[in-house]
Design a protein around this ligand. Structure first.
Ligand code: 3HC
Length: 311
């Protein structure tokens, strides 16, 4: 069948809301855009383990330690799940890992910011996972079948991540004045990087037009950012915390929140590799990957031995 006819059938399926499956015909740009987005999503999950991982030994109680360990493990699982999803499009695991470890591939810029106090564990669960969840609930409606289904499972676990983070913040707000100040300080530091998680404004977005046309994304960056703000502002007020942006205010005319211009210069500088911790994050990922070589070799040897036994 000629390409134009294939494209027509593909776009008809998209318009009807049908899912595109791995064996279906798809435009090369659709495949490439999805591999880019899904692999970077996976990288974000894996690198996202690092800011919290270094607080596991400093958790203030056994209960908090258990919750944080469970959350960090979940993130690792999300990363592997998403690498598998990208592989259904023909991406090779080793290529994706190499792209991350050499700094060629992106991951969520927010993970290049330092987690300075225990309150940051709360802010990350509450704000970072809250923003990720807002984005991922929308992605459950993405046109690519395996990605849409992977979001269903990931969102269930994301809800736990968000609630446990908010509980940490609520606990601190009900504590001493100093603890409440820790929560305020973490909110002030993580707020703007959390807004950046939704990407640049749609007019400056490289991929949004095509992603929206082929329903890789079903909502634009700004629409999701607004949804996250509307979800979080009442929580900030319920905890008696100060809004992290003096210009953050609901505008009854636009029915949206006004807020201070996001520092996009900082955003693009961080994703260029010049954030607080970009180098340390890649160093830690490379170190973990190299130290885990023996596990991968053992697993391969085991599966080779057992698959030849079953022949
Ligand atoms: N951090 C790093 N890079 C970002 C970014 C961010 N927050 N937002 C955008 N970018 C990059 C894009 O990757 C793109 O660069 P590229 O062409 O080299 O890939 C460029 O900036 C332009 O942005 P666009 O808006 O054109 O890019 P997208 O259309 O891909 O939109 C996105 C960006 C909203 C992040 C989209 O890719 C997306 O929805 N991805 C899936 C969700 C995801 O990856 N979330 C990351 C966090 S996951 C997480 O935090 C889990 C937690 O539990 C640990």
């Amino acid at each position: 069948m000629d390409v134009n006819k294939e494209l027509e059938i593909f776009e008809e399926k998209i318009q009807k809301g049908e899912k595109i499956e791995p064996k279906d015909w798809m435009p090369e740009e659709y495949r490439k855009n999805l591999i880019r987005m899904i692999s970077q999503h996976a990288h974000s999950e894996i690198v996202g383990m690092l800011p919290e991982g270094n607080w596991i030994t400093r958790a203030p109680s056994l209960r908090r330690k258990l919750i944080l360990i469970a959350k960090v493990q979940d993130e690792g699982g999300h990363g592997l799940y998403l690498y598998n999803t990208a592989e259904t499009l023909g991406a090779r695991r080793e290529d994706m890992i190499e792209a991350l470890h050499t700094g060629k591939a992106k991951y969520a810029s927010i993970f290049n910011y330092p987690s300075l106090t225990w309150a940051d564990m709360g802010a990350i669960g509450w704000l970072v996972d809250g923003a990720a969840m807002t984005n991922q609930v929308s992605l459950m409606r993405t046109s690519y079948g395996p990605y849409s289904r992977s979001m269903v499972r990931i969102c269930k676990e994301e809800a736990f991540h968000n609630r446990q983070g908010y509980e940490i913040i609520a606990t601190l707000c009900n504590g001493t004045e100093e603890q409440k100040q820790m929560a305020q300080d973490a909110l002030d530091r993580w707020w703007e990087p959390a807004l950046m998680m939704f990407g640049p404004e749609d007019k400056d977005s490289t991929h949004s037009a095509q992603s929206l046309k082929w329903k890789i994304k079903v909502e634009g960056n700004e629409e999701l950012r607004q949804r996250f703000i509307a979800m979080t502002v009442p929580q900030i007020e319920a905890r008696g915390l100060r809004l992290p942006d003096p210009n953050l205010k609901y505008n009854p005319e636009t029915k949206k929140y006004d807020y201070s211009r996001i520092n996009w210069e900082e955003f693009f500088n961080v994703i260029k590799g010049n954030g607080f911790l970009n180098r340390e994050r890649l160093r830690d990922r490379n170190k973990a990957h190299n130290e885990g070589l023996w596990v991968r070799e053992a697993a391969e040897a085991y599966s080779k031995k057992h698959s030849s036994n079953n022949k």
